[in-house]
Ligand binder design. Structure first.
Ligand SMILES: Cc1cc2nc3c(=O)[nH]c(=O)nc-3n(C[C@H](O)[C@H](O)[C@H](O)COP(=O)(O)O)c2cc1C
Length: 213
């Protein structure tokens, strides 16, 4: 039985002492691979925080669709609230929480749009109904009824009945380029382990430190 002080990890968990890591990307890759084995649903779900014109934070979940040394990619509607906020203030924070592993990863930094060819390539892999949905949804705009949305889906289904569905001009991806990257592992009695990697800009080397929990 698990309680507030005992943590049961799956027997295959092999990350070892993560606080010994000397750079964040391979540690993230190891934790993400373990989350994919361990989380029952959406290990790639992450909270995306942006700010509005008043500096008021806004957070919502999105799905991680790729990561490498260039940054962390998600896709969305560019005319959504987040799209407008990122156009005005191209900085963001991302947070993963993998409950089954009692791990949190946070990163933040500047944001840039992905290249059109990269967005096209990803869009082409999406299931056709999701491609149609990207055309039909004016994400974050008021919608008078479910029926109005279903009509829009029907219209675009007819419009793109033949051939491939092109990527809508209002749908693309963003890449968050981390400047700070924190790893948190729950330990008994709230004596958690935390390490943070920082760099002044994405071309500088990472510096690591431990943080009190
Ligand atoms: C698990 C999960 C994953 C989601 N993934 C995405 C995503 O990848 N892209 C996206 O635009 N919205 C995604 N959403 C919906 C967003 O959370 C949000 O409702 C939507 O993007 C509108 O946000 P905005 O009004 O702040 O722009 C996801 C929601 C959940 C719960």
């Amino acid at each position: 039985m698990s309680d507030a002080t005992s943590i049961e990890h799956p027997p295959w968990l092999t990350s070892g002492d993560f606080t010994a890591a000397d750079e964040p990307l391979s540690l993230f890759a190891a934790w993400f691979a373990e989350a994919k084995r361990s989380e029952p649903v959406n290990p790639e779900a992450m909270a995306l925080a942006t700010v509005d014109g008043d500096g008021l934070p806004n957070a919502r979940m999105v799905l991680l669709k790729g990561f490498d040394e260039r940054g962390f990619v998600f896709y969305t509607n560019l005319d959504s609230v987040k799209g407008h906020e990122l156009a005005a203030a191209p900085k963001a924070a991302l947070t993963f929480y993998w409950k089954s592993l009692q791990r949190q990863v946070r990163l933040r930094g500047s944001v840039e749009p992905v290249a059109a060819a990269e967005a096209d390539a990803y869009f082409a892999t999406r299931p056709r109904p999701a491609q149609i949905g990207a055309w039909a949804s004016k994400q974050s705009a008021p919608l008078e009824s479910r029926l109005a949305f279903e009509k829009a889906v029907a219209i675009y289904t007819a419009k793109f009945a033949l051939g491939t569905v092109p990527r809508p001009p209002h749908w693309s991806g963003y890449r968050v380029k981390p400047r700070e990257f924190e790893f948190w592992q729950e330990r008994p009695f709230r004596l958690h382990d935390r390490i943070i990697f920082t760099r002044p800009d994405p071309s500088a080397p990472w510096r690591k430190s431990r943080l009190y929990p």
